[in-house]
Design a protein around this ligand. Structure first.
Ligand SMILES: Nc1ncnc2c1ncn2[C@@H]1O[C@H](COP(=O)(O)OP(=O)(O)OP(=O)(O)O)[C@@H](O)[C@H]1O
Ligand SMILES: [Mg+2]
Length: 360
């Protein structure tokens, strides 16, 4: 037997017995309480857990509409079924509109069990759905927190690597370069073979130093902390533009004051990825960057005139993480991202990030 906790709102003992008999016939073992007033309904609802409410429509001190109001106030989601002697169609419709799950005439009491079974099943499904929704929201929140931490760790690690490259390898190469210069001066000029060797070593060293410097800037521009976003973007554009034969135009407005560090880093990384993508994939000749800041928000718009791509196709076929990284960074800052792309019509990436009051 299926135990069922039923709250019965009813003044007639005979009706209560009728309901209990029907429930037992339907295979339930009812554990019930009978209430006849608003006050007792309120306390009984709070004190115990219920599976089902069965309510008469009209009673001397209470009514189904009033009981429905109390029930809805409680925020519970269990079936509420009206079982009444005779109510007009209008009242029945009004009761359903007010939130009753079903109404049953006593003369059709055989309908009770199927209605109870159906409503219990529906309520259980709603409960499961709510639970799944809560769980998926929690999981999403956890993923958000995790991706925030990963991005933070990524920046930390890149800073550490940049520092190490600068302090260890950069310094060592500089010392070697000075030693070579010393040797060059000390060597007798007639030892031309050795002179040549030293000269080519110094050239290689210069190239390596240049490479290390570029790697350091690429890992984390030391100047992002010092000179700020706009100047760093200009530097990056100069460097990339000359390397890739690309005209990069930068327009900016409103950046008289620095932005919070996390926003500067995020925007820098997004623009860096957008420009790298243009160089790698677009075969473009021009890029326009527009950056605007006001007291409420900061925006960056990066548009190239290259071959573009089909976003629909990309959704399922890209192994890249660059655009996903942009999306993640923007989302973490509560911002909005638009990627407009079509084959043959270039790519435009628009980022909008809200600024809280303290950012001004
Ligand atoms: N500016 C662009 N012009 C043309 N195609 C682009 C452009 N930007 C992105 N794409 C297309 O979108 C794809 C996905 O870009 P995404 O940055 O996510 O990955 P990726 O650049 O291929 O690899 P990763 O960034 O992970 O090194 C690219 O492979 C390319 O096909
Ligand atoms: Mg990329």
């Amino acid at each position: 037997m299926n135990q069922l906790r039923v709250l019965i709102i009813e003044d007639s003992e005979d009706s209560v017995l009728l309901l209990l008999r029907e429930l037992r016939k339907g295979g339930y073992e009812p554990v019930y309480q009978q209430v006849q007033t608003e006050e007792t309904m309120r306390t009984t609802l709070q004190e115990e857990a219920w599976d089902l409410i069965l309510s008469d429509h009209e009673m001397p001190f209470f009514s189904a509409p009033a009981a429905l109001a109390v029930f809805q106030e409680s925020g519970m989601d269990i079936p509420f079924i009206i079982v009444s002697g005779a109510i007009g169609e209008e009242l029945a419709v009004a009761a359903m509109k007010a939130g009753a799950n079903d109404f049953i005439m006593k003369k059709n009491i055989a309908r009770l069990i199927p209605a109870v079974q159906r409503e219990l099943r529906d309520a259980e499904n709603r409960r499961k759905r709510r639970k799944a929704e809560v769980e998926s929201k929690e999981r999403y929140r956890e993923i958000q927190i995790l991706s925030g931490r990963i991005l933070h760790a990524y920046e930390e690690e890149r800073s550490r690597l940049a520092r190490e490259l600068h302090d260890e390898i950069g310094q060592a190469l500089t010392v070697i370069s000075l030693d070579l210069q010393y040797l060059q001066v000390k060597l007798a000029s007639e030892e031309s073979f050795l002179q040549e060797k030293i000269k080519s070593s110094m050239q290689l060293l210069e190239q390596t130093l240049d490479y290390v410097r570029r790697q350091i800037v690429d890992l984390r521009p030391p100047s992002l902390d010092k000179i700020g976003l706009i100047e760093v973007v200009r530097e990056m554009a100069r460097e990339l533009g000359s390397r890739a034969d690309l005209t990069i135009d930068i327009q900016e407005k409103g950046f008289s004051r620095r932005l919070p560090a996390d926003i500067e880093t995020a925007l820098y990384r997004c623009i860096q990825e957008a420009l790298t993508n243009t160089v790698r994939h677009a075969s473009a000749s021009k890029v326009a960057i527009e950056m605007l800041k006001n007291s409420n928000e900061v925006s960056a718009d990066i548009q190239d005139n290259g071959k573009g791509f089909d976003p629909g196709h990309l959704k399922f076929n890209s192994k890249g993480v660059g655009l996903a990284g942009i999306r993640e960074r923007v989302k973490l800052l509560g911002g909005k991202l638009k990627i407009n792309a079509a084959p043959g019509r270039g790519v435009r990436i628009s980022i909008l990030i809200p600024l809280s009051d303290h950012a001004e």
